[in-house]
Design a protein around this ligand. Structure first.
Ligand code: SF4
Length: 465
């Protein structure tokens, strides 16, 4: 693909007026990008690469070779903050020794802008999630004139719909269908860092999905902070999901994340019925206690959540996974037990458990003291993790002797003599290589011989058996 093809017109065949012309000065500058956080951030890095490539920047996987070091950051969890500060300290030396330009992008740049600039004067460029188009110019100014620059205005309309992400090869692709969030859960910084909710034109999304299918992508994950809120003219998220799943060449479609407060029946139907939509829903619970849910601003109760789970489970086997926050402001042991109760009732396939950590500028930071001690948060998190391990192991072992359909992704990380892929429930599956070929991107049947909480081990069923 030539660099001029990287930015596709929204409708008419002309370049968007927001895209500046090529600058010969930036040609050859090597950029190293490190991405923290969720799949949305990975997707944003693909957008950033496209914007930089268009302006002649090149990329390196080695930070020590780079002229520009960029960190695309996440503001959701404390450990992402700590990792960034560690990496910044490392590259501060590179700046002193060879004048590397350092940029902090994404949610942390947006949320901590003033603090970051004041406390770390070696940062040259700060760009929030709605300011990516300005990054090439800001880097050029920093490289040529040692100017510090910042683009942290939030937009009500930016969706980067005209940009073709610069992705690395592989059978997995991600598409952001919307940006921002209007939900303002009290613990969450996203509405402040990614701004108001905006849905992309479905035409652009379907075009992007077709392009990915042509490039060999077999599994697409549709991304949004709350995909249930997606709407564009007559389109809702269920229509969009089915539209993507109907594209020839796409074997599997997943999505993350829906909000339990507004999960539409049509979406349950699409998951249950469409042969290319995975029978797996990630349904963040966060807490099982009504008072804590209210403090979190989640707009559902334990009963609402369990009612929704029941409606999903009525449609046959659909794997459920979740997110839980332990030790949110004021959470008592009794209230934590309500979360345990939901875990026991639902028996999730997997749960991502986090200790609550206060984020600057959120409603919870302004309204509620972070008063559950760290040891108590840690102990509650461990209890949930231990419980979940037992449930995941039980569910996985129940598949022993049964066949699961797996999308082949490549060699296993541990051994070249094994293949690896994921089941429809998104569980890792590993099996020995045999004479029978397993082309990457194909669907194969694996008989499960053994299982751990996170992995199924099995053998291939030959295609003609
Ligand atoms: S739905 Fe809540 S948790 Fe999710 S991004 Fe929006 S505010 Fe954050």
């Amino acid at each position: 693909m030539s660099s001029s093809q990287l930015l596709m017109p929204r409708s008419l065949n002309k370049r968007p007026s927001t895209v500046p012309s090529l600058s010969s000065n930036t040609r050859g500058h090597q950029v190293y990008i490190e991405t923290f956080g969720c799949q949305m951030n990975e997707y944003d890095t693909e957008l950033l690469r496209a914007l930089l490539k268009e302006r002649g920047f090149r990329f390196t996987a080695q930070g020590e070779e780079a002229d520009v070091v960029l960190f695309n950051t996440c503001a959701i969890r404390e450990n992402a903050h700590n990792r960034l500060y560690g990496h910044l300290a490392e590259f501060k030396r590179a700046k002193q020794e060879r004048g590397v330009v350092i940029g902090v992008l994404g949610c942390m740049a947006q949320n901590l802008k003033k603090d970051l600039l004041e406390e770390r004067p070696f940062i040259d460029v700060l760009v929030g999630p709605d300011g990516y188009r300005r990054l090439p110019d800001l880097l050029t100014d920093a490289l040529e004139s040692h100017k510090r620059g910042m683009a942290v205005d939030l937009s009500e309309s930016e969706t980067y719909d005209d940009i073709v992400p610069d992705r690395t090869e592989g059978i997995n692709g991600w598409i952001a269908v919307m940006r921002g969030c209007d939900n303002f859960c009290s613990f969450c910084v996203v509405p402040y860092t990614r701004g108001r909710e905006r849905s992309r034109d479905p035409k652009g999304i379907l075009e992007e999905a077709r392009r990915l299918a042509d490039q060999g992508v077999r599994q697409i994950t549709l991304l949004g902070q709350n995909v249930n809120s997606y709407h564009y003219d007559q389109w809702d998220f269920a229509n969009l999901l089915v539209g993507v799943a109907d594209i020839s060449g796409i074997q599997r479609v997943r999505f993350t994340s829906p909000h339990p407060k507004d999960f539409p029946p049509a979406l349950i139907e699409a998951v249950a019925q469409h042969p290319h939509v995975c029978r797996h829903i990630h349904l963040p619970l966060q807490s099982g206690n009504d008072r804590i849910l209210e403090r979190m601003g989640r707009s559902y109760t334990q009963a609402d959540y369990l009612y929704l789970v029941e409606a999903i489970q009525r449609k046959g086997p659909i794997a459920l996974t979740t997110d839980i926050i332990c030790g949110f402001c004021g959470e008592t042991e009794q209230e934590f037990q309500d979360t345990m109760h939901v875990m026991r009732s639902v028996e999730f396939q997997a749960a991502f458990v986090f200790k609550y950590s206060e984020r600057k500028h959120t409603i919870a930071a302004r309204k509620y003291p972070d008063d559950v001690s760290d040891p108590v948060k840690g102990q509650r998190a461990n209890r949930l993790v231990e419980w979940q391990k037992r449930v995941s192991a039980k569910k996985n072992r129940s598949l022993t002797g049964r066949s699961v359909e797996v999308l082949v992704e490549g060699h296993s990380k541990k051994s070249q003599s094994q293949w690896m892929g994921h089941s429809e429930s998104n569980v890792t599956v590993v099996w020995d290589r045999s004479e029978t070929p397993c082309p990457v991107g194909s669907l194969v049947s694996i008989i499960v011989d053994d299982a751990s909480p996170s992995t199924l081990f099995g053998h291939l069923v030959p295609a003609d058996s």
